[in-house]
Design a protein around this ligand. Structure first.
Ligand SMILES: CC(C)(COP(=O)(O)OP(=O)(O)OC[C@H]1O[C@@H](n2cnc3c(N)ncnc32)[C@H](O)[C@@H]1OP(=O)(O)O)[C@@H](O)C(=O)NCCC(=O)NCCS
Length: 433
């Protein structure tokens, strides 16, 4: 893995190299330059790194022996959920450039290398969480999913769901030996959280490597600095079978008016509506707590329909996963569509020019799709960035058209393709990667 083949070479004076476990200290030092952290690198001694080393790359100054100038890595998602299917996807992560070396083109060269590595590995998509929204559009990533940040008051009323009372509840210290299998199994169940059978939630990536799981279950000292307790778990079971779980950490603030605690949620997963109702019933009624704060809640999560007063949760919407279509025909033929569609898309792509030009997409509702090169004139024109934004079904092509980002050349094409590209469940990933 070198930058020799990269369309954008590294600027003069820099070289790239694969990183290994021996680079741990240098990597953490670079990361804490890019993302300021109150802890010294030595304080991360009990922090397992979630990285796959074969997919972790550093950039260093040629003539300096003191550390890294930039890093990037990716997680292998071999089954990243896209509408109605899964596709191999590179989860771009740990992107950072030392302040001393910024704005010299290091990120640009790293992204071009990353896109080329995706092609080589047969990954038609790259996905990421963006630290700042202005960074990635220029590289063809589109904001494809949102989530909502809510704070649900303790004791908020929930609608009843038949069967919810049939669950038993376990509230325990989270422990990999005890809960590892059930968490891995429930988290990757299709249609989560609580989708109807057969309808998956696009973007709902699950951890696929031992390193990611090790990092998930670790409870390093540095995580406690914010006054939160160690990781806990609620499991709801029916007939002895786990049907849902949530991980959480509580924090407690004593005020003259009384205790004001917060339940900070991690994963919240339920296999069916009754399990969801049982789980949220526990999460919203923990002693000394005044609110329960999910982290990345899908915008259509079941709890917002269960709450009698959803407005009181004070939802704020923010961007979740961004997607970059790396291989247009593989990506467009690799998902399902929610309406019949036969449309010619005219694409631009400044970084991967063989994606550009006319592509004919043909699909039946919830059935197979094909995507082939064509000489036909486009019905719709858009950049690969907008294709990424619409790809998981949560951003409407028509809405992008309303912003002038998709141009309709054939009347009716925007309405037809817009309906087909949507999906019954809103896309979202439940954890930041
Ligand atoms: C964001 C970051 C990786 C950019 O690296 P860099 O090497 O400075 O980027 P480049 O020099 O390749 O910049 C390429 C272009 O993107 C622009 N750009 C880079 N970072 C930007 C940002 N945060 N906001 C807006 N534009 C940005 C540059 O101005 C440049 O634009 P130009 O081509 O019009 O001149 C680096 O500033 C960084 O590490 N920031 C802190 C950590 C972080 O946010 N990482 C991303 C995690 S998702």
């Amino acid at each position: 893995m070198t930058f020799d083949r990269s369309p954008t070479a590294l600027p003069a004076g820099y070289r790239g190299r694969p990183l290994t476990a021996d680079d741990r200290t240098a990597l953490l030092d670079l990361d804490t330059w890019a993302f300021p952290d109150p802890h010294a690198v030595a304080e991360f001694d009990d922090l397992p790194l979630p990285l796959t080393w074969e997919r972790t790359v550093g950039v260093e100054p040629v003539d300096a022996a003191d550390g890294l100038a930039a890093i990037h890595a990716s997680y292998p998602f071999s089954h990243f959920p896209v509408p109605g299917a899964t596709l191999p996807t590179a989860g771009l992560t740990w992107v950072g450039v030392h302040p001393q070396h910024r704005r010299r083109g290091l990120l640009t060269a790293m992204i071009d290398q990353h896109l080329e590595d995706c092609r080589r590995r047969g990954e038609p998509l790259s996905a990421l969480f963006a630290a700042e929204t202005a960074i990635y559009g220029r590289f063809g990533y589109g904001k494809t999913a949102d989530d909502q940040r809510v704070s649900v008051p303790r004791g908020a009323a929930l609608r009843d769901v038949p069967g919810a009372a049939d669950h038993t509840v376990r509230v325990e210290h989270a422990d990999r030996a005890r809960h590892g299998d059930l968490v891995a199994r429930l988290h990757r169940a299709p249609g989560l959280p609580v989708g109807p059978a057969g309808i998956n939630r696009p973007g709902w990536a699950t951890r696929e490597t031992e390193e990611l799981w090790e990092s998930y279950w670790a409870d390093p000292k540095s995580f406690r600095a914010s006054g939160r307790e160690s990781l806990r778990i609620v499991v709801v079971e029916r007939d002895g079978e786990p049907r849902g779980y949530a991980t959480f950490r509580r924090s407690l603030d004593w005020q003259v008016t009384g205790p004001r605690g917060t339940v900070h949620l991690g994963d919240v997963v339920a296999l069916d509506p009754a399990a969801a109702r049982a789980l949220w019933g526990v999460l919203l009624d923990l002693d000394l707590m005044s609110s329960t704060d999910p982290f990345l809640l899908p915008v259509d999560d079941a709890v917002m329909s269960l709450l009698v007063d959803p407005r009181a949760a004070g939802a704020r919407v923010t961007d979740n996963v961004w997607v970059r279509v790396v291989d247009v025909p593989a990506a467009l033929a690799g998902r399902r569509y929610q309406a019949d569609v036969d449309v010619v898309l005219g694409l631009t792509d400044s970084r991967l020019p063989d994606n550009a030009g006319s592509w004919r997409l043909h699909a039946t509702a919830f059935g197979a799709a094909t995507c082939e090169r064509t000489d036909a004139a486009p019905d719709l024109e858009l950049d690969v960035r907008e294709l990424g934004a619409a790809y998981l079904g949560g951003t409407s092509l028509a809405a992008l058209g309303g912003a002038g980002l998709v141009t309709e050349r054939t009347p009716g094409a925007l309405a037809g393709a817009g309906a087909a590209f949507g999906w019954p469940l809103a896309p979202a990933c439940g954890w930041v990667f």
